[in-house]
Design a protein around this ligand. Structure first.
Ligand SMILES: Cc1cc2nc3c(=O)[nH]c(=O)nc-3n(C[C@H](O)[C@H](O)[C@H](O)COP(=O)(O)OP(=O)(O)OC[C@H]3O[C@@H](n4cnc5c(N)ncnc54)[C@H](O)[C@@H]3O)c2cc1C
Ligand code: SF4
Ligand code: SF4
Length: 805
């Protein structure tokens, strides 16, 4: 049978999702061609915010890699734009001369970002936030420039602002209205949101109308209609999107705001369909994936000649993807004459919830500070169920807090409740897939049902569902692959390396069937770490598999220069050392010498070619102020000098630092020793904190003073300094052997629990064995700076090393 020729214009989220559905229904029906303007395979646009915020890599957000297209015999043309459709001869033409005939044509050309027509808007440094190119431009700009303005206080603008803040830029958000996210939030929620984001460091200029972009070639600032000005090196316009309809319009297809479609996504021309942000359905144009996927599902069935109810529009809802801020909004949310509201505002815990009701039905909601009930409320909205018999406030009660655990909560949901809103996957579908296909990880559920494949907000619910279906067995079998290149979890990978005696990163990837032969930026350093940890004596560290700081043995700064941080054990130095540091700083014109938070001196702004010379002249181990390794051990002045000191914290700190320096760990490890419980060295927020007490020491673990502040927990009390070293060594090695690569002790402790760690370490034989293994690892570690200085070849190679970030 001759296959019908199906052409998709636009390799984005909605179009490709529709193709996935078609392949699921009938993979043999069509000969498929996809043409996309962007030079990438299909990726998750939603997660661009996470890439910008530093939580994901571009490679992590690919939804279907090139292999997928090949596997399904899809003819993919990336980096080409369809410029013309000849509706008479049924052919499409691209800007690069490609001509493709079609029997059925899907337009999924998405939207274009709105660029305000301000004078100067074409200057360098004015960009939008829509695709990978924009995201990369922002990351690049942050390396050179300091001040950013985001125009637009909507969802996208705020996510861009948070991302730029993470890239160390100063960020001001300019918004034309007095309330942020005015299309999703009421004034109370909007105020709460603004306060929270101000706390995080974003500045807001509200009620400001932009008039002109200032600067010569590159932007230097923004002028407003009220005459005021704001300086900036980068302006991100996030003021809205408009359906990308030009191609359709020029081809004689009926267009209003978007490409007009009926309930089966058919346009005004036969055999031409439209889905996604470019389509207009019953006057509605959507800018979120859930409705677009619903459209794609209907069209897929239609094209496969499967009976389907029509698409009748969608209930839209929004969640802001900014860490530390929980915001949810759905449907109608503003108070009106015909609506009544149920609201709770707890100013102590910063929680605000409002449910809008009309004719005893929920028609909208705004949740701030606690969004755990968003799925339930959304479900009630979608089903249009009457709330007449419910007690008013019980609708807003936090059932997750009431329930013993998340598992009880998901167990209480009915089968048709939607777990993943983006992809429209119900609890029943997931449970059925878990049972019938033997799924046992969130990743497998994602692959099989598409749940949590988009914004990922429902991942915890999917995990709870897995646990509630599989019971205790899931604790053993619940696994997350270390990255998308493999299905192996950390535990499985470590076991395979040991069992198959694998010794190099390449060998691991080859023998264990990596999907990408070279791996990715996430798994290469991790595999290298696990090999080092398992075979400390045999495995030769693979520098090319490390991140740039570790590869260069120096900390790369924003402007491409480096910093050199000579080690000062326990924060103690000497006049001779200080003189050497001063002489080096002078000789090499080091622009800044700064005391670090870890009690050392940071020589900032060093040129790459000067690094080996500076290390040689300093003659001190020169770094580990970066990378996944033991950092410094901060100390207070202790009993030698302090009136309150009960123990010699300086001595103890130096001993710990000298013993464990150079040790590689899953993530950075910061330590501190305080001479008494007054705790001047801040031991209670370190990965390992030691506190002197009368007659001994307390050892605290799992603290973190960074973005996710966490107090350390008391691991044990010991009497002697020798015991402090013994417990520290055992803890470090246990962490090295059991944490995921990249996982801080604080996250690891939260995952495994203090009691489990104590149970192992309280066994003196276990402590002995762990110390034996950590000593073995330490015995083969050499000072990398010394090595480079001794090896002329290495030092030459060093200068030639390409700097990859
Ligand atoms: C930073 C960001 C964060 C977001 N966050 C969320 C979120 O949290 N939740 C949510 O639901 N939605 C979110 N969205 C919106 C969501 O990403 C979009 O709704 C969705 O991607 C639209 O899918 P689409 O296929 O219609 O368009 P797109 O994904 O934009 O795909 C259209 C593709 O068509 C290509 N194209 C256009 N014209 C042509 C042509 N003539 N020839 C060939 N190719 C062409 C374009 O280059 C583009 O690659 C976010 C969007 C952004 C930018
Ligand atoms: S922690 Fe105690 S010993 Fe150390 S400086 Fe503070 S008061 Fe003195
Ligand atoms: S050292 Fe840490 S806190 Fe300081 S600027 Fe760098 S990232 Fe921020």
């Amino acid at each position: 049978m001759n296959k019908r020729k199906l052409v998709l214009v636009g390799n984005g989220m909605a179009g490709v999702r529709c193709i996935e559905e078609i392949l699921k229904h009938n993979a043999d029906l069509f000969e498929i061609t996809i043409i996309g303007s962007e030079p990438h395979p299909n990726y998750n646009r939603i997660l661009l915010s996470s890439v910008l915020a530093g939580d994901a890599d571009i490679r992590d957000i690919v939804l279907n890699d090139y292999e997928w297209y090949k596997k399904h015999q899809i003819d993919l043309h990336t980096g080409q734009t369809v410029t013309r459709i000849d509706v008479e001869t049924k052919r499409v033409f691209t800007d690069q001369g490609l001509v493709v005939p079609y029997d059925d044509l899907i337009l999924a050309t998405g939207s274009l970002p709105v660029i305000l027509p301000l004078p100067g808007a074409d200057k360098q440094g004015v960009i939008s936030f829509r695709d990978i190119k924009d995201c990369e431009a922002m990351i690049e700009a942050s390396k050179q420039y300091k001040k950013a303005i985001v125009i637009g206080g909507g969802l996208l603008g705020l996510e861009a602002a948070r991302g730029l803040l993470n890239l160390s830029m100063e960020v001001s958000v300019v918004h034309i209205f007095e309330n942020l996210m005015e299309r999703q939030l009421d004034p109370v929620a909007s105020q709460l949101l603004q306060q929270e984001l101000e706390k995080q460091g974003i500045r807001f200029l509200m009620g400001k109308q932009s008039e002109a972009v200032l600067g010569e070639e590159r932007v230097t600032g923004l002028r407003f209609k009220d005459g005021s000005m704001e300086s900036a090196d980068l302006i991100v316009m996030a003021v809205g999107i408009k359906p990308n309809v030009e191609l359709a319009r020029q081809s004689g297809i009926e267009v209003n705001r978007g490409v007009m479609v009926n309930d089966w996504m058919e346009t005004s021309l036969p055999d031409v369909y439209a889905v996604g942000e470019c389509a207009e359905h019953r006057t509605g144009v959507y800018g979120l994936v859930a409705p677009l996927y619903e459209q794609g599902m209907v069209l897929a069935k239609r094209l496969c000649r499967i009976d389907t109810p029509p698409y009748e529009g969608s209930v839209v809802y929004t969640k802001l993807k900014v860490s530390g801020v929980d915001v949810f909004s759905a449907g109608e949310f503003m108070d009106g004459a015909e609506t009544r509201a149920i609201r709770v505002h707890d100013e102590f815990s910063g929680v605000y919830k409002k449910i809008m009701v009309r004719d005893n039905k929920i028609i909208g909601a705004v949740l701030f500070g606690d969004t755990s009930d968003s799925n339930r409320i959304l479900q009630m909205m979608r089903s249009g169920s009457s709330i007449q018999d419910l007690k008013r406030v019980s609708i807003l009660e936090n059932r997750s807090a009431e329930a013993n655990s998340g598992n009880d909560l998901v167990a209480a949901l009915s089968d048709d409740e939607i777990i993943c809103g983006c992809n429209g996957v119900s609890k029943g579908t997931i449970v059925q897939a878990i049972r019938e296909k033997g799924l046992c990880s969130v990743e497998e559920v994602k692959q099989c049902t598409s749940a949590s494949r988009s914004c990922g907000g429902c991942k915890p619910l999917v995990a709870n569902l897995l646990e509630s279906v599989l019971g205790d067995s899931v604790v053993v079998s619940r696994k997350e692959p270390i990255c998308g290149c493999t299905t192996l979890s950390r535990e499985e990978l470590v076991a395979e390396i040991k069992e198959k005696q694998l010794t190099t990163v390449k060998e691991v990837m080859f023998v264990l069937g990596w999907k990408e032969t070279e791996g990715c930026s996430k798994c290469r350093p991790a595999v290298n770490y696990y090999l080092n940890m398992i075979w400390p004596e045999e495995h030769e560290d693979e520098r090319e598999s490390r991140f740039v700081n570790e590869r260069m043995h120096a900390n790369i700064q924003k402007d491409g220069t480096y910093s050199v941080v000579p080690r000062m054990y326990g924060g103690v130095t000497s006049p001779a050392e200080l003189k050497r540091i001063a002489a080096v700083a002078e000789k090499y014109n080091v622009p800044m010498v700064k005391v670090t938070g870890g009690q050392r001196l940071d020589l900032l702004g060093v040129k790459k070619e000067d690094l080996p010379k500076i290390w040689a002249e300093l003659d001190m181990p020169s770094g580990f102020a970066y990378g996944k390794a033991i950092r410094t051990v901060k100390t207070c002045v202790g009993s030698d000098f302090c009136r309150f000191g009960t123990q010699n914290s300086i001595r103890m700190g130096i001993d710990i630092e000298k013993k464990f320096e150079r040790l590689n760990t899953p993530a950075k490890v910061k330590m501190a020793v305080s001479g008494c419980p007054r705790n001047c060295a801040e031991s209670s927020i370190k990965d390992i904190g030691v506190v002197g007490i009368d007659g001994g020491w307390e050892i605290y673990v799992g603290g973190n003073g960074g973005v996710h502040l966490r107090g350390a927990e008391l691991l044990c009390k010991v009497k002697t300094e020798q015991e402090v070293l013994e417990w520290t060594g055992a803890f470090l090695q246990y962490y090295r052997e059991n944490a995921n690569y990249g996982e801080r002790t604080s996250q690891w402790m939260e995952r495994v629990g203090l009691t489990a760690v104590q149970a192992v370490l309280q066994d003196s034989e276990m402590r002995r064995q762990l110390n034996e293994r950590v000593d073995k690892a330490l015995s083969v570690l050499r000072d990398p700076w010394q090595q480079i200085m001794e090896d002329k070849q290495a030092s030459r190679m060093y200068e030639e090393l390409p700097v990859l970030t």
